[in-house]
Design a protein around this ligand. Structure first.
Ligand SMILES: [Zn+2]
Ligand SMILES: [Zn+2]
Length: 448
C-alpha cells in the first residue's frame, strides 16, 4: 500500500467515532422517501463543519458536495441514499410514520460522509486529478400514494426515484462515473447487476348486472383473472437468466356483492435483467391483458411507468473496487461475480448513462426490508465502507487519473445522453385506452 493511501485510510480511521455518530443519528431519525428533510439538514451541517459547500436541490430533499483537486480530470459521483422504509412492525421504527432504515441507507450516508473526512486532507488531494461529487440523494425505495402524486402534480418531481430525478434536474450532467456501497449479506461483494422494472396499472371496464340476470353483462373481474392467468403463462417464454418477474394485485371495486363487477383495477409490475427483455415482457403482458379484455368484451386502459432500468455493472470499476477491497478484507470475505439480483434500484438508471459500480458490504446481520433488520457491525458498514469508496476514488484519480480515464474510454452507454434517456423513458411509459371496438366489427389494440 502506498503512503498516501495509507494516510487516507488512517484519516478515516481517526474519524471513526464521528462516522459512527452520523450512522447512529440517522438510524434514530428515519424518514421516508422525498421527506428526508431532517436528514438533509443534519448532513448539510456535518459537511459544512468540514468546510465544504453544499449545493441543495431546493424543492425536494437532497444535495451534493464537490471536492475538487483543482486539476483537470474526470468527476466521480458517490451516492448516499437517505430514505427509510415504512415497516410499522419494526421495533425501532418512528412510531408516527412507521419509517425505519431497514434497507440500511443510514450506513450509506455515514460512509459517504466518511469519504469526505478522508478526502479533505490536502496531502491526499494534491496527489489526484479531477473531482469528486458526494451526493445525499432522496427516495430510492419504491413509493406510491397521495403525497407522491401531489409532488408530481405540483411539478416538484417527475419521477419516483431520487437518482432519476437528479439526472433529470441535470445534477449528473458533468459527472463521468458513479460508485456506491449498499448493505449486503456478508463480507465485500460485487454482483452481476440487477433487474429493471416497469410499474403497471390496468383498469378493466365492463357492464354490471344482477347475477340473477347477467346475460348481457361484461364481467370486469373475469377479464382481470383471465389477464392474470395469461400473463402468468408468459413466464415459460423466458429463460432463467432473463430474471423475468411478473406480479399483480387486484384492487377490489365497490360494486354490490350481488352484482357482476363492472370495473376492476389491477396493479402490476414486470421486471427483467436487460432493457431489451424488459421491453419484451412489458409488451407481451400488455397484449395478454388486452386479449383478456377483448374475450370478455371489456374496455381496458393501461398506465405504464418505467420504475428503474436494469443496473449494468462496469467491469473496470469493479476491478478497482476489488483491488481496494483486498487491502481491507481477507480473501475468504471477498465475493465476486455474485449472481444478478431480481430487485431494482435507480442506480440502474445512472448505469444507462455512465459507468457504475454498486458494491455491497455485509455484516452477517438480519436481512434488509425485514422487521428484524439492524446493523450488527457499524464499523464495517460505516468506516470500512468509507475507506473502500475513498480508496477507489484514490486509485481512479491518482497518476493523472489514468484509471478513471480508462474506465471512461471503455464505457458504452445504453442511452446516448440525458435527452435520449428521458425521451425513451417517456415512450416506454404508455398511458391510454388499449382496446377499441370499431363500428365495422374489427378491434384495434394499442399498447404504445
Ligand atoms: Zn431497499
Ligand atoms: Zn436499499
Amino acid at each position: 500500500m502506498d503512503k498516501i493511501l495509507e494516510k487516507l485510510f488512517n484519516d478515516i480511521e481517526i474519524a471513526k467515532d464521528d462516522i459512527i455518530g452520523v450512522l447512529d443519528h440517522i438510524w434514530d431519525n428515519p424518514e421516508l422517501g422525498y421527506r428526508e428533510w431532517k436528514t438533509h439538514a443534519y448532513l448539510k451541517q456535518k459537511y459544512e463543519e468540514l468546510g465544504l459547500s453544499v449545493s441543495e436541490v431546493g424543492d425536494i430533499p437532497g444535495f451534493f458536495v464537490d471536492i475538487d483537486t483543482g486539476r483537470p480530470g474526470p468527476k466521480i459521483a458517490v451516492f448516499g441514499e437517505m430514505d427509510g422504509l415504512k415497516i410499522p412492525s419494526h421495533p425501532e421504527c418512528d412510531k408516527t410514520t412507521g419509517a425505519v432504515h431497514a434497507c440500511g441507507h443510514h450506513t450509506q450516508c455515514a460512509s459517504v460522509y466518511g469519504v469526505a473526512r478522508g478526502l479533505v486532507d490536502s496531502e491526499v488531494l494534491s496527489a489526484l486529478n479531477g473531482s469528486v461529487r458526494l451526493f445525499a440523494v432522496p427516495c430510492e425505495e419504491l413509493v406510491s400514494g397521495e403525497f407522491y402524486e401531489n409532488l408530481k402534480r405540483d411539478g416538484k418531481i417527475k419521477f419516483y426515484g431520487g437518482k432519476k430525478e437528479f439526472i433529470r434536474k441535470g445534477l449528473l450532467d458533468d459527472v463521468d462515473m458513479a460508485i456506491m456501497i449498499h448493505g449486503g449479506a456478508k463480507g465485500f461483494g460485487l454482483n452481476k447487476g440487477c433487474n429493471g422494472s416497469i410499474n403497471k396499472k390496468y383498469v378493466f371496464t365492463g357492464k354490471t348486472a344482477h347475477v340473477a340476470g347477467a346475460r348481457n353483462s361484461k364481467n370486469a373481474l373475469s377479464a382481470a383473472m383471465l389477464a392474470m392467468n395469461a400473463a402468468n403463462a408468459l413466464r415459460e417464454r423466458f429463460t432463467d437468466g432473463d430474471l423475468m418477474r411478473y406480479y399483480a394485485t387486484v384492487v377490489p371495486d365497490s360494486e354490490a356483492p350481488g352484482n357482476i363487477p363492472a370495473k376492476v383495477t389491477v396493479v402490476a409490475g414486470v421486471r427483467a435483467l436487460t432493457t431489451k427483455t424488459l421491453e419484451k415482457v412489458n409488451e407481451w403482458v400488455d397484449l395478454a391483458y388486452a386479449g383478456a379484455a377483448i374475450s370478455s368484451g371489456c374496455d381496458l386502459t393501461i398506465d405504464n411507468e418505467v420504475g428503474y432500468y436494469p443496473r449494468i455493472e462496469d467491469k473496470n470499476l469493479q476491478e478497482v473496487f476489488l483491488e481496494t477491497a483486498r487491502y481491507l478484507y481477507k480473501d475468504e470475505d471477498i465475493y465476486v461475480d455474485l449472481p444478478a439480483a431480481a430487485g431494482c434500484t435507480d442506480m440502474g438508471d445512472v448505469s444507462m448513462l455512465m459507468p457504475v459500480c454498486h458494491a455491497f458490504v455485509g455484516d452477517g446481520g438480519p436481512a434488509g426490508h425485514s422487521a428484524e433488520f439492524k446493523v450488527v457491525d457499524k464499523y464495517l458498514k460505516g468506516v470500512v465502507a468509507a475507506k473502500l469508496q475513498a480508496g477507489v476514488i484514490y486509485a481512479l484519480l491518482k497518476d493523472g487519473a489514468v484509471r478513471a480515464k480508462k474506465v471512461k474510454e471503455n464505457y458504452v452507454p445504453t442511452f446516448k445522453d440525458k435527452e435520449d434517456y428521458l425521451a425513451k423513458t417517456e415512450k416506454l411509459s404508455f398511458k391510454g385506452d388499449a382496446v377499441k371496438y370499431n363500428e365495422d366489427g374489427t378491434i384495434t389494440v394499442t399498447i404504445r
